[in-house]
Design a protein around this ligand. Structure first.
Ligand SMILES: *Cc1c(COP(=O)(O)O)cnc(C)c1O
Length: 390
C-alpha cells in the first residue's frame, strides 16, 4: 500500500508537495551568487515570521536541539546561572543540556500540564539582587503536554524585577503556527527547527538573536565551533556558510516561508486555532480530558489527551500505526502511557484533521474504550461547519 495518510505527530509534519519538490535541487556551487538568492530571502522571511524588525537570524544544518546549543554556547560561560521551569519533556531536555554544559540551573519544578510560572520567575528574579542569573529559559509550547505558556508574562516578570537577564524562548513547536512576537515580547533568542511549523524535512535549526544576545556572545566563554555565530555571521556576509550549506533544505525554506507569509501570519494562526478547537471538541465529546490544565494554556499545535486510568495510551499509537497506517504521538517522560498526542500543525486543514479524529476514535473503540464511534467526529464537524476558515 502506498502511504497516503497524513501524519498526526507533532513533527516532522506533513509537507506540501511543492515544498517537497523545492528541497530537491540539482547540485549548485554554494559559493556562487545562486546561493545568495536562496540565503538572503530565507533570513528576511524568518525575521518576518518571528515578528521582528531587527533580529539577527541564524540557520544551521541541525535540529531544534542544535538550536538550543547555539543559544547557550554562544552566550554563556561555565558556571553561569540560568533560570528554567520544568513542565514537560522538552523543557527538561533543555535544562539537561545546560547542566551538561556546566551551567548552574535553578529549576522551578512545575506540574506537567501547567504553563510556565511567571509569578515564581518574578519572585526569584527580584530576589537575585546581584544579577547572578544570566538567562531565563522559556518553552513557549511544551510539545509533550500540549501546553502553551505566556511569554509576554515572562517578559513582564523580568521587567518588574528590573532584571537584565536574557530571555531565551524555545518556539520549536509554535513559531510559524502560533502567534510569536520576538520584538514585542523582548525575546533575546528564539529557537525553532525546520520540521514543524515550517513544513520541511528535519535538518535546520533556525534562530533569532537580539542585539543584546549578540553582545553577550562577545564575552561568553563556552566552547563552540560548529555553532559559532561569529563564523556564521562572516559566512553570511560572503553569501555563504562557514561550511557546506544544505542547499536543498534552504531552497525549501525559501518557498515554505514565502507560503506562510503569503497566507498571512494571522491567517496561519487562525487556521491552527480553528483546527485545534475542532480536535478539542472531539476530545470532550469522547469524555476525555487534555493533559493541559485549562483553556488558557491549550496549545493550538498539539493536543495531549489523557486516557482512562489503567489503560496504556501508547497502545493507541501502536494500533493506529499497524492497523490504519496513521501516526500519532506517544506520551513522553512523566506522562508516558498516560497520554497520546495528536499533532495538528503545519500543512493541515479541517478535513485532514477529521481523518485523524476518526482514526483515533476507531482505535479507541478497537481497544475497548467506552467511546461511541462518530461522537468526536460529529463534535468536530459541528464546529467546523459553523466556523469559517480565515
Ligand atoms: C521538537 C521539539 C524540540 C526538539 O527539536 P529536534 O528538532 O527534535 O531537535 C525542542 N523543543 C520543542 C518544544 C519541540 O517541540
Amino acid at each position: 500500500m502506498s502511504q497516503q495518510n497524513p501524519v498526526f505527530i507533532p513533527g516532522p509534519t506533513n509537507m506540501p508537495e511543492e515544498v517537497r519538490k523545492a528541497c530537491y535541487v540539482p547540485t549548485i556551487d554554494h559559493r556562487s551568487p545562486a546561493f545568495a538568492k536562496i540565503l538572503h530571502p530565507c533570513l528576511a522571511n524568518v525575521r518576518k515570521i518571528l515578528k521582528s524588525d531587527k533580529a539577527h537570524v541564524f540557520i544551521y544544518p541541525s535540529t531544534g536541539t542544535g538550536g538550543w546549543e547555539t543559544a547557550i554556547s554562544n552566550t554563556l560561560s561555565a558556571g553561569d546561572k540560568v533560570l528554567a521551569a520544568r513542565n514537560g519533556m522538552f523543557s527538561h531536555r533543555w535544562i539537561d543540556m545546560c547542566q551538561r554544559h556546566g551551567l548552574n540551573v535553578e529549576i522551578v519544578e512545575t506540574p506537567w500540564g501547567q504553563g510556565l510560572p511567571a509569578d515564581r520567575y518574578e519572585e526569584i528574579l527580584a530576589a537575585d539582587k546581584g544579577h547572578q542569573i544570566k538567562v531565563v529559559l522559556a518553552t513557549h509550547n511544551e510539545t509533550a503536554t500540549g501546553v502553551k505558556s505566556d511569554i509576554a508574562a515572562v517578559r513582564r516578570a523580568l521587567d518588574a524585577a528590573k532584571h537584565p537577564a536574557l530571555l531565551f524562548v524555545d518556539g520549536v513547536s509554535s513559531i510559524a503556527s502560533m502567534d510569536f512576537r520576538f520584538d514585542e515580547w523582548g525575546v533575546d533568542i528564539a529557537v525553532t527547527g525546520s520540521q514543524k511549523g515550517f513544513m520541511l524535512p528535519v535538518g535546520l535549526a533556525i534562530l533569532g538573536f537580539s542585539d543584546k544576545a549578540i553582545e553577550a556572545s562577545k564575552t561568553a566563554k563556552l566552547p563552540r565551533t560548529f555553532f559559532d555565530i561569529a563564523d556564521m555571521t562572516k559566512g553570511y556576509a560572503a553569501n555563504a556558510f562557514p561550511y557546506t550549506p544544505p542547499v536543498g533544505l534552504m531552497n525549501g525554506l525559501k518557498l515554505s516561508s514565502e507560503m506562510i507569509l503569503e497566507e498571512g501570519l494571522e491567517n496561519v494562526f487562525a487556521r491552527h486555532h480553528r483546527i485545534a478547537e475542532g480536535v478539542r471538541r472531539a476530545v470532550h465529546a469522547w469524555g476525555l480530558n487534555l493533559c493541559a490544565a485549562g483553556p488558557e494554556v491549550y496549545s493550538d499545535t498539539i493536543s495531549a489527551i489523557r486516557t482512562p486510568g489503567g489503560f496504556n495510551a501508547t497502545q493507541i499509537v501502536t494500533h493506529a500505526a499497524s492497523k490504519y497506517g496513521v501516526a500519532f504521538g506517544v506520551g513522553l517522560g512523566e506522562v508516558a502511557g498516560k497520554v497520546f498526542r495528536i499533532g495538528h500543525l503545519g500543512m493541515l486543514t479541517d478535513v485532514l484533521a477529521l481523518s485523524g479524529i476518526a482514526t483515533a476514535e476507531m482505535c479507541m473503540v478497537d481497544l475497548g474504550l467506552d467511546i461511541k464511534l462518530g461522537a468526536g467526529v460529529a463534535a468536530a464537524q459541528d464546529y467546523y461547519r459553523n466556523t469559517t476558515t480565515a
